[in-house]
Design a binder for this molecule. Structure first.
Ligand SMILES: NC(=O)c1ccc[n+]([C@@H]2O[C@H](COP(=O)([O-])OP(=O)(O)OC[C@H]3O[C@@H](n4cnc5c(N)ncnc54)[C@H](OP(=O)(O)O)[C@@H]3O)[C@@H](O)[C@H]2O)c1
Length: 372
């Protein structure tokens, strides 16, 4: 079968190829899935560059979330049948024609939800939901600040806050060119992370912020603390820059500031509390099915576009969420309603490369591929 294969760690896409690999067979408690669509995530890039704890071995097949139909059911799996439409969290290996998943980490895809849209649910949408509910304990009316708000998880968080009863949404981006993307994602206030950020955030919130979601390691932590309201929850859930994290603030600053700092790891949770991951997945698929949740996604042309898309993410030039279709045979049953927020867009990366002066080198996609 065809799969995206990273042959060794690299900062660029030069060690990523589409290759033939054996079709995996499910072990105990697992199923294999004929993948119809797979989500692209920044964590793929962290694996590619060799950050500790991401790629388990090399060569490595990336991919942490898929949607498709169950191909084969392993031992000790109940309630899952061959042919069932599912979305699943995969522990790597998702960017392939067939992927393995633990049966405990999948959910049925409702008829109303297209498989490309469902492919964004296991990691992106479930992470966004769990950050707000299980970790930040979002309360009605709570204001939320999110660092790096225009990416995949950022746009999902923006859409979920009002559904959960949250209040003002403030999203930050690295450069002014990304402000329209953050606004388009739904953030009420979009701010550039510059020297004025603390002041601008406090002005927008009318004081402190209740919930702060931060995937930037510890680089913004001082600023997070400076805008935290009494009883604020700061959630650290990534290290996009890949640098060495600084020590956490002294106890006195947390006690004196009446502030909590929490961490979140989806892969950690899949190991320690898979039922919570599956429950979140089921819930976001339900929100998609009843049309409450609309998160734009860009569909790539094929697996051949993945390496360049990873580079877009690595360069910080991605816009929203990308998914890649794998096959067409089981992809769109005639009864399936195409989710209106899932737009098929032929190879935005190739368009960008063609328009670029240095062909093959990804840069900002010159069109808005995911506008609704
Ligand atoms: N803990 C977990 O379980 C978990 C699960 C899913 C995702 N995550 C984390 O959540 C973040 C968003 O993930 P995603 O898949 O939504 O990613 P994405 O769409 O690629 O967005 C990532 C954003 O990170 C920002 N960024 C900051 N430093 C960067 C750098 N050195 N290189 C590239 N981008 C950089 C960019 O926004 P600006 O330019 O505005 O800063 C970019 O839009 C990632 O950091 C990821 O690791 C964590």
């Amino acid at each position: 079968m065809r799969a995206v294969v990273m042959t060794e760690p690299s900062q660029t896409s030069d060690r990523t190829e589409v290759g033939e690999v054996p079709v995996p067979r499910p072990g105990t408690g697992e199923v294999s899935i004929d993948v119809s669509a797979a989500g692209i995530n920044f964590i793929d890039v962290m694996a590619r560059r060799g950050d500790p704890g991401y790629a388990t071995s090399w060569p490595y097949v990336p991919g942490l979330e898929v949607a498709g139909t169950v191909r084969e059911v392993g031992h000790d799996v109940d309630g899952v049948s061959v042919g069932q439409r599912v979305a699943a969290f995969t522990a790597g290996g998702g960017l392939a024609e067939v992927a393995l998943a633990k049966a405990a980490l999948l959910a049925s895809v409702p008829e109303q939800v297209s498989l490309p849209m469902a492919a964004a649910a296991p990691l992106m949408l479930s992470t966004a939901l769990l950050l707000l509910t299980d970790v930040a304990h979002l309360q009605p009316g709570d204001s939320v600040l999110m660092q790096s708000a225009s990416g995949g998880v950022g746009s999902a968080v923006a859409q979920l806050i009002p559904l959960l009863g949250g209040g003002l949404r403030i999203g930050t981006v690295s450069t002014a060119t990304k402000l329209p993307d953050a606004q388009h994602s739904g953030w009420d206030v979009a701010l550039v992370r510059d020297d004025e950020l603390t002041e601008a955030t406090r002005a927008a919130a009318g004081g402190g912020v209740d919930v702060i979601l931060d995937p930037l390691g510890t680089t913004m932590l001082d600023g997070d603390l400076a805008v935290a309201a009494p009883s604020a929850r700061i959630v650290l859930f990534g290290n996009a820059g890949g640098g060495q994290p600084a020590p956490l603030p002294p106890l006195g600053r947390l006690i004196g500031g009446n502030v909590a700092i929490a961490g979140f790891s989806m892969s950690g949770l899949t190991a320690t509390a898979p039922e919570r991951v599956a429950r979140a997945l089921h819930r976001v698929l339900g929100l998609l099915a009843d049309d409450s949740l609309h998160v734009p996604v860009t569909e790539l042309g094929s697996l051949d576009d993945v390496a360049a898309t990873h580079q877009l993410l690595a360069d910080g030039h991605s816009r929203g969420k990308y998914v890649v279709p794998l096959t067409t045979k089981s992809w769109q049953p005639s009864t399936e309603r195409r989710d209106r927020s899932a737009r098929r867009h032929r190879s935005p990366v190739r368009q960008a490369a063609r328009a670029s002066r240095s062909p093959g080198r990804a840069r900002v996609v010159p069109v808005r591929p995911w506008s609704t």
